[in-house]
Ligand binder design. Structure first.
Ligand code: TXA
Ligand code: MG
Length: 531
């Protein structure tokens, strides 16, 4: 199918679009929130085509768009008087209201529910097309299902060219995130999806409303989504997105210490510090972040980065909508860098006595994080497993469990593959480490220790307040290793020579601890003094 390109500045193009819609076709239209993929809402067959073009799950209902209040009565069982109150204040605009539906609404639109979602958009082109077609229009966002919603005609074309009859260019969408969805079919009314109209604005008309748990949290296994759309993975670029809470200084330090190609998705004016960056709006300005969000998420993929770290919006007002979309694009991954206790990174060559130092620090009340355990936990994460299986082959999973030995065999034979393995596992280890730091913080620890042989090769330095390396004379290390592991001198030397030299460790560390067996307590004081 050839997708017709229409322009809203041309009156004939609007008439063409309305004709296509009346004849059961699909047209992508601009609205003030995002572009919508429209069909005649009263024509079940036409509506079916929307689901096919988008690849949308059939159980996810659509919003019906109208241009005037008079169009609503035939679509609903009863016009709730509160609808008029809401309409007076916020329509036309980025608000969708759910009411009990009438029989005029085909099952395809309501996906089998007994309710219907109605919205009166404010975009002049959307209004004109509804008026010219003379029909209410069912229109989900005009993206391929799962992708970020489209805020420009180019986004629509990228996702749906050749799959729909026409697209109308009406410029960039001003709001940038989809409408607020509130249902009047519950008591009290419930916010199902945050958007351009805020909770405060709704409550000014409706009184206290409840907020669906799905707005901010991941639904638990088997939990029912009041709004089916909220249960699907959404807005997700191919890159692994993580939200980063905390101030800009800690974000900057965190990003600059990343070892893998990471994209900084940050606020206006912050990008200059990073090699790969996308700015998505002004800090403390939810409306401007909403406007730039989906374009930014699409650009993440164009950047080619494997990971993206997004500055966290303020979760309030329109920012609630921004956060709601981001948390889904991040598969609910959040790193909170607002850490109030010192984090010590500890490393050293084999036999230098790193574990002895760790033990002494623990005796001083410092909480020790076991990074080997975190690395094992990281590869138990279903998403990490899926991503590894994607790259290394499904047969590295045996009975749902990762065959770590086979994975290692495949990865370590090839530097490119090893890099891929690290880029998948390291960020998850870092995320888990931060989670554990917060737990330690809560349990009253005065500092945290991250003990890692490959500290400087990992991203863990990005969360350390300072780093410590333990060194010892070569002969002493040799003897320690032979004794500790009951191995021959030659085998011990092989292990020692496989590691980087002492200079590498001392140059990268903030504090160097001599551990030849004497004065170790004095050396420990160097660390304690820095806390
Ligand atoms: O801003 C918008 O709302 C855009 C533009 C095009 O108007 N449309 C849009 O539609 O975002 P869509 O289909 O991408 O999202 C509609 C959301 C979904 O989460 C869906 O599950 C929910 O509204 N929804 C629709 N009808 C519903 C109903 N009867 N009950 C509960 N949720 C409903
Ligand atoms: Mg959508």
């Amino acid at each position: 199918m050839k997708t017709l390109r229409l322009n809203s500045k041309n009156k004939n193009d609007l008439i063409t679009a309305a004709d296509i819609l009346r004849n059961g076709g699909l047209v992508a239209i601009p609205t003030e929130t995002v572009y919508g993929l429209a069909a005649n809402a009263l024509d079940g067959e036409a509506v079916k085509e929307i689901f096919i073009a988008k690849g949308r799950p059939n159980d996810n209902p659509l919003i019906v768009h109208v241009a005037s209040l008079e169009e609503i009565a035939p679509l609903v069982e009863e016009v709730d008087p509160r609808l008029y109150d809401l309409a007076e204040k916020y329509w036309p605009g980025p608000l969708t209201v759910i009411l009990k539906k009438s029989d005029a609404i085909p099952d395809e639109v309501s996906a089998g529910l007994d309710t219907v979602a109605i919205r009166m958009p404010s975009h002049p082109d959307a209004r004109e097309i509804i008026r010219l077609s003379g029909k209410p229009l069912a229109a989900p966002s005009a993206n391929a299902s799962g992708r970020p919603s489209p805020t420009s005609v180019d986004h629509v074309i990228t996702d749906l060219d050749g799959r729909i009859d026409a697209v109308i260019d009406g410029g960039i969408c001003s709001v940038g995130v989809e409408s607020t969805v509130v249902t009047l079919a519950t008591t009290p009314p419930t916010l199902l999806r945050p958007g351009g109209i805020t909770v405060e604005q709704l409550e000014a008309v409706l009184g206290k409303i409840s907020v669906s748990p799905a707005v901010l949290e991941q639904l638990k296994e088997g939990e029912k989504a009041e709004s089916p759309g909220m249960k699907y993975k959404h807005y997700a670029p191919k890159a692994r997105v993580t939200i980063v809470k905390g101030n800009f200084e800690s974000y900057k330090k965190f990003l600059l210490a990343q070892k893998h190609s990471a994209c900084a998705v940050c606020f206006d004016g912050e990008g200059k510090y990073f090699e790969n960056y996308i700015e998505y709006g002004a800090e403390n300005d939810g409306a401007s972040q909403a406007h730039g969000l989906f374009e930014a998420l699409r650009k993440v993929d164009e950047s080619g980065c494997e990971t993206a770290f997004v500055r966290c919006p303020i979760i309030d007002g329109v920012g609630l909508a921004v956060y709601n979309r981001l948390i889904r694009s991040a598969a609910f991954r959040v790193i909170d860098l607002d850490i109030s206790i010192p984090v010590i990174g500890l490393t050293g060559q084999t036999g230098a006595g790193k574990s002895t130092v760790a033990l002494l620090l623990e005796e001083n009340g410092i909480y020790n994080i076991d990074t080997d355990l975190l690395a094992r936990k990281a590869v138990e994460n279903p998403e990490v497993i899926a991503s590894l299986a994607d790259y290394f082959g499904n047969d590295i999973i045996v009975d749902g469990v990762l065959d770590r030995r086979e994975l290692a065999r495949r990865a370590f034979s090839d530097p490119v593959k090893q890099k891929k393995l690290n880029a998948t596992v390291h960020p998850e280890v870092t995320r888990l480490a931060v989670e554990e730091i917060h737990n330690a913080e809560k349990s009253g620890a005065k500092a945290v220790l991250i003990d890692a042989a490959l500290l400087f090769e990992s991203d863990l330095t990005s969360i350390c307040s300072f780093t410590v390396t333990v060194v010892a004379d070569k002969e002493i290390r040799l003897e320690r290793i032979m004794r500790r592991d009951s191995i021959s001198k030659d085998d011990a030397l092989i292990r020692m020579n496989a590691q980087k030299d002492e200079k590498y460790y001392t140059e990268n560390a903030d504090i160097v601890i001599q551990n030849n067996g004497e004065n170790i307590n004095d050396e420990i004081k160097k660390i304690i003094g820095k806390l």
